[in-house]
Write a protein that binds this ligand. Structure first.
Ligand SMILES: C[S@@+](CC[C@H](N)C(=O)[O-])C[C@H]1O[C@@H](n2cnc3c(N)ncnc32)[C@H](O)[C@@H]1O
Length: 232
């Protein structure tokens, strides 16, 4: 089945997850052998701070992480492009179907936002960061958590752990289905790559001030990288 296309501004965004939503929901619901989901939630909890009011989960997918902001006192609200993903998320948090580059919220209206495991699904994460900064109030908090830009991508082969082989595709930003893991999500929907410096520079350029960063992995090499930033 072909991925459903949307009318997004750049013409490239697709609701590719529609056809994988049931698989994705199972994947995110069962903590695999490496305790991946548990580590995602632990890292998110460590970066976020307790608070009150709405916390926008940008690209919320199936809403698998809603318990983390909820546990810190926030009221999670999800936005995603994929109706298939939102079908699962709707039982976990209030949701809206929308493009992350055109969030259906007023300027400076929200106290907090998160974006988890999604920056590699977006052709222009810098535009999403600018949009998040637009809807956050001054002093509002944004937590990013994603695959580690230095060690996860088409350029990194994890098949011979503990050795991770990184090649010169690190500099390649383009969308690709190349992956060392044929059973994983990237073989299904592909990924864009955003090098670490580009990610951090896009964040500060959006008017978000870095407060702290975190990285975690199954062993010595981190597979997750995140940060807490505050709208100036
Ligand atoms: C890897 S999933 C992550 C979902 C969730 N945050 C999680 O950690 O389980 C990426 C999500 O981004 C969504 N997505 C991709 N492009 C989007 C866009 N332009 N606007 C909103 N959501 C988008 C997809 O539909 C998908 O649910």
């Amino acid at each position: 089945m072909a991925a459903e296309t949307t009318g997004s501004a750049d013409g490239t965004t697709t609701a590719a997850y529609d056809q994988h939503a049931d698989w994705y929901n199972d994947f995110m619901s069962a903590d695999g052998p490496g305790g991946y989901i548990r580590r995602v939630h632990g890292a998110l909890e460590g970066l976020m701070e307790p608070g009150e009011g709405a916390c926008l989960d940008v690209c919320c997918g199936t809403g698998a992480h809603a318990p983390v902001p909820a546990g810190l006192g926030w009221a999670p609200v999800g936005v995603d492009l994929s109706g298939g993903q939102l079908r699962h998320a709707a039982g976990r948090l209030p949701v809206a179907q929308a493009d992350a580059t055109a969030l259906p919220f007023a300027d400076a209206s929200l106290p907090a936002a998160v974006c988890v495991l999604a920056h590699t699904d977006l052709p222009d994460y810098a535009a999403v960061l600018r949009e998040i900064a637009r809807v956050l109030r001054p002093g509002g908090r944004f937590t990013h958590l994603g695959v580690h830009p230095c060690y996860i991508g088409a350029f990194a082969d994890w098949s011979d752990r503990p050795r991770i082989v990184v090649d010169d595709r690190y500099a390649d930003h383009s969308h690709t289905f190349d992956t060392w893991s044929p059973g994983g999500v990237r073989a299904r929907v592909g990924a864009w790559h955003l090098p670490l410096a580009d990610l951090l520079n896009a964040t500060t350029a959006a008017g978000l001030r870095l407060v702290r960063t975190a990285e975690t992995g199954p062993g010595g090499i981190p597979d997750l990288f995140g940060f807490l930033a505050v709208k100036a």
